[in-house]
Design a protein around this ligand. Structure first.
Ligand SMILES: [Mn+2]
Length: 363
């Protein structure tokens, strides 16, 4: 166990210098604190002249837009790679640094920890039965965030970092303190001041949060105002229910492709939904379909009949047309293709719920 920031600094320096390659990872579905602390640690590794990579193995559509933006901007400069790329690079003298989590199941390389010579954990969450087994951990529940810890390491080492890195670190602290409203100590405020002195811009950080919020609202509105649920089997106890989401008030509205995937993901969280389709324009004249399902509906099979494809549980497709409702109608007819033969398929699928809150939208 590493017990102070000073010790952590010395520990990082010693171990970074003697390893051949450094891999840095945050928790799955990274948030601002995870990505910010990983980038800050990369700066430190580069300062020591080391070959360094950040591992992020989540599907793009699963990553929050603000975080994804940071990843995209920094992918090349900070060598952001996925798990497969990591597996081809790791060697017998590699160091892993885990930031913003200490649980094995929360990182994508949790099943290959024995590939590393050493694993260092830097975190502010409490430990549990699945915590990574290593002597080399700095876990301070008193710290507001992983970014706060990493900032203190950088500042203490007098490492130079650019205003962008200062922004990412400040965004992580801001997220985990609910904008400096909770879990702050004098260290938190001290670190924030230093980040601002190093060029961090509060406006930039606030805009990042606003984007997250806007995306959340956009998808929620799409779901609330545009979802129909259809029942596809006769079974009373366990009917197959499929949701269809599209912007029924403004069918021509263009959304991001990720929005459709997220809306479908979110629909699948409701119990009783066996498959979810989201339909909408990604540019004028091109309709995109995102599909998600559980075990009972094969959405890949359905979408391969609709100019698309995918796996049993995740699929997508796009169709050149201006008539989005026709696409939905086709899709509704094709759903039985994805149902297994032992399901008691309804002859005429029944609409069981149509929810439209038209009044809530401003034109
Ligand atoms: Mn955190």
């Amino acid at each position: 166990m590493i017990s102070s920031i000073k010790e952590l600094r010395a520990h990082l320096e010693r171990n970074m210098l003697k390893s051949s390659k450094i891999f840095i990872i945050g928790h799955n579905s990274p948030d601002f604190d995870a990505i910010g602390s990983c980038l800050g640690l990369s700066v430190l590794a580069m300062e020591y002249g080391k070959e360094c990579y950040i591992i992020i193995n989540d599907e793009d559509s699963k990553i929050e837009p603000g975080v994804k933006k940071i990843i995209d901007i920094n992918r090349e400069k900070y060598h952001i790679i996925n798990k497969n790329q990591f597996l081809s690079k790791v060697d017998s003298n590699s160091l892993l640094i885990v930031a913003d989590t200490n649980k094995q199941e929360m990182i994508s390389v949790g099943d290959c920890l024995d590939l590393f010579k050493k694993v260092i954990v830097i975190d502010h969450h409490s430990e549990g039965p699945t915590s990574i087994q290593t002597e080399d951990k700095y876990i301070s529940e008193a710290a507001s965030s992983a970014c706060e810890i990493v900032s203190r390491v950088l500042n203490g080492n007098r490492v130079r970092y650019n205003p962008e890195i200062a922004n990412y670190l400040l965004a992580g602290i801001s997220l985990d303190t609910k904008r400096f409203k909770q879990n702050t100590t004098s260290h938190t405020h001290d670190v924030a001041e230093k980040l601002i002195n190093n060029g961090a811009d509060i406006d930039y950080v606030n805009r990042l949060f606003l984007e997250e919020f806007e995306s959340f609202c956009r998808i929620s509105n799409l779901i609330i105002n545009g979802t129909i649920i259809k029942k596809y089997s006769e079974s009373l106890l366990d009917p197959i229910q499929v949701s269809f989401t599209l912007n029924r008030n403004h069918p021509c509205e263009v959304y991001l492709k990720e929005d459709y995937a997220k809306a479908a993901d979110r629909m699948m969280k409701f119990s009783g939904i066996d498959a979810a389709f989201t339909i909408g324009f990604i540019e004028p004249g091109i309709v995109h379909i995102s599909a998600r399902s559980g075990k009972r509906v094969n959405v890949g099979a359905i979408l391969s009949e609709m100019n698309g494809g995918g796996t049993h549980q995740t699929a997508g497709g796009r169709i050149k047309t201006d008539d989005i409702f026709k696409v939905e109608e086709e899709l509704m007819k094709k759903v039985p293709i994805g149902l297994s033969e032992d399901e008691n398929i309804a002859e005429e699928p029944q609409v069981i719920k149509v929810k439209q809150i038209n009044k809530m939208r401003k034109d």
